[in-house]
Design a protein around this ligand. Structure first.
Ligand code: GLV
Length: 304
C-alpha cells in the first residue's frame, strides 16, 4: 500500500506512478481519473472516490476498462447543508467583513449605519438542485421562516414538497424572485455555467448566491463582474471554477465570503467518507458488490 504523503494533490504523473502495481486506488476529488490514467495503471481494478461528487472520475472510461468506481453518497448531506446555511448567513449579515474590521483594529465603535446586511428570516430562498443536500438546506431554512422554492430537473414527490413546505418553480422564476439562491446540482455538461452573466442579470439586485456544489456551475468571471457592478449583492462560495485558483478580482471584493471547499469538512463526516471508500474496496476484493459503486454493471465482467 502506498499512502500519498503530501498535503497537496498529486500531479497526473505522480498519481499514475502511485498506482503502479496496485489493485485499488482510493482518491480524492482533486484527482482526475480518466481513460489515460486507467490505461497507465492496468492493475487497478477499483477506484474509490472519497467524495459524493464524481465529476473527477470518467465513469464511462472505468466501465469500458472493467474498473469499478465508487463515491460516498449519503453521509455528508447534513454537514454540507450546514455549511451552505452558514455561508448564506455569513454573506447576508456580512460576518467576515465584521471580523476583518475587528482584526485590523479599524473598528471605531458602534455605528447605526455600520455593516448593514440583509435579513435571512422570512426571506425568499431558491434552491437549485433538490437532492439530499438541497432538501437538507430547505429543512434548515424552515427554522428561519424562509419562503422556500426549488428547481430541479426532476420534481420531488408531493409528500416531500408538503413535508418541507417548498414549491417547485421554473429556474427563471426562481432566479427572478429569490433573495437567496443556493446551488446543489452535480457538475454535468448541462449544469456547467448554469449561472452565467444572463442568469445573474435576471436576479434581484439585492440577491445573494451561495455555491457549495461545484465551481464550474457558475461562470466565475461573470460573477466577479456582476458583484463589481452591483448586478447582485453578494456571494458565498465554497467551490471555484479552477480550484485552487480564484477568478481574477474575486478575492478583492468585499461582498463575497470565500471558503476553501470545506462543505463536508467535519471530523465525523470525513471519517465516514473514508470508511465508505474503504468498505467499497474491501467488499470488491471479498467478491461482494461494493455498496456505493457507480458502475455496478462492471462486476458482471470483472477485470482479469
Ligand atoms: C465534496 O465536494 C464532495 O463531493 O464530496
Amino acid at each position: 500500500m502506498t499512502v500519498w504523503p503530501h498535503d497537496r494533490a498529486p500531479s497526473r504523473a505522480e498519481l499514475i506512478d502511485s498506482c503502479r502495481g496496485k489493485d485499488a486506488l482510493v482518491c480524492l476529488l482533486t484527482e482526475r481519473v480518466d481513460s489515460g490514467v486507467l490505461a497507465a495503471a492496468p492493475t487497478v481494478r477499483i477506484v474509490a472516490n472519497v467524495a459524493v461528487g464524481f465529476d473527477n472520475l470518467d465513469v464511462a472510461a472505468g466501465t469500458a476498462a472493467g474498473v469499478v468506481m465508487s463515491n460516498t453518497p449519503g453521509v455528508l448531506d447534513d454537514t454540507t447543508a450546514d455549511l451552505a446555511f452558514a455561508l448564506l448567513m455569513a454573506t447576508a449579515r456580512r460576518l467576515c467583513e465584521g471580523d476583518r474590521l475587528m482584526r485590523t483594529g479599524t473598528w471605531g465603535g458602534w455605528g447605526i449605519m455600520q455593516l448593514l446586511g440583509q435579513d435571512v428570516h422570512h426571506a425568499k430562498l431558491g434552491i437549485v438542485g433538490f437532492g439530499r443536500i438541497g432538501r437538507g438546506l430547505a429543512r434548515r431554512a424552515r427554522g428561519f421562516d424562509m419562503l422556500v422554492s426549488y428547481h430541479d430537473a426532476v420534481r420531488a414527490p408531493q409528500e416531500v414538497e408538503q413535508e418541507l413546505g417548498v414549491s417547485f418553480v421554473a429556474l427563471e422564476a426562481l432566479l427572478r424572485d429569490s433573495d437567496f439562491v443556493s446551488l446543489h446540482v452535480p457538475l454535468l455538461p448541462q449544469t456547467q455555467h448554469l449561472i452565467d452573466a444572463a442568469a445573474l442579470r435576471s436576479m434581484k439586485k439585492t440577491a445573494v448566491i451561495v455555491n457549495t456544489s461545484r465551481g464550474p456551475v457558475i461562470d466565475e468571471t461573470a460573477l466577479v463582474q456582476a458583484l463589481r457592478d452591483g448586478v447582485i449583492a453578494g456571494a458565498g462560495l465554497d467551490v471555484y471554477e479552477r480550484e485552487p485558483q480564484l477568478a481574477s478580482g474575486l478575492a478583492e471584493l468585499q461582498n463575497v465570503v470565500l471558503l476553501p471547499h470545506i462543505g463536508s469538512a467535519s471530523v465525523a463526516t470525513r471519517s465516514k467518507m473514508a470508511e465508505i471508500a474503504a468498505q467499497n474496496v474491501l467488499a470488491f476484493f471479498a467478491g461482494q458488490p461494493p455498496p456505493t459503486a457507480l458502475n455496478p454493471e462492471v462486476l458482471a465482467q470483472r477485470r482479469a
